[in-house]
Design a protein around this ligand. Structure first.
Ligand SMILES: [Zn+2]
Length: 112
């Protein structure tokens, strides 16, 4: 069982931060693994390994919108769309924006 992906800003030991989309498998019982256990590569200095510091991460419901139980407010959603567009301009969800991927609750007539 895994949690939905999240946008994560990680800071390297060189003090430069970069963004990752975290698809990491989480533990069987849903416990979160600390991010500093993960292996990432710093695009700035080329450091590869663990020890990155998490600066911020998107809410887990961001990639799940629209969602009945966890609807997001539009301002918060747009903030994260901007991050995604800036750092991952080819992300497939950007093509779904507005007609399939939008903040709020599921529409009752939505059947796909
Ligand atoms: Zn670095």
């Amino acid at each position: 069982m895994s949690t939905p992906p999240r946008l994560v800003e990680l800071k390297c030991k060189c003090e430069i931060s970069h963004w990752e989309i975290d698809y990491d498998f989480r533990g069987m019982y849903g416990e979160e693994e600390p991010y500093d256990a993960g292996i990432y590569t710093c695009p700035e200095c080329g450091f590869q390994g663990s020890g990155f510091t998490v600066i911020q991460k998107s809410p887990s419901e961001f990639f799940l919108q629209p969602h009945d139980m966890y609807p997001m407010k539009i301002g918060e959603f747009i903030k994260w769309v901007r991050v995604l567009r800036k750092h991952f301009p080819k992300h497939p969800f950007l093509k779904l924006l507005c007609w399939r991927w939008y903040p709020g609750k599921e529409r009752w007539w939505q059947f796909w």
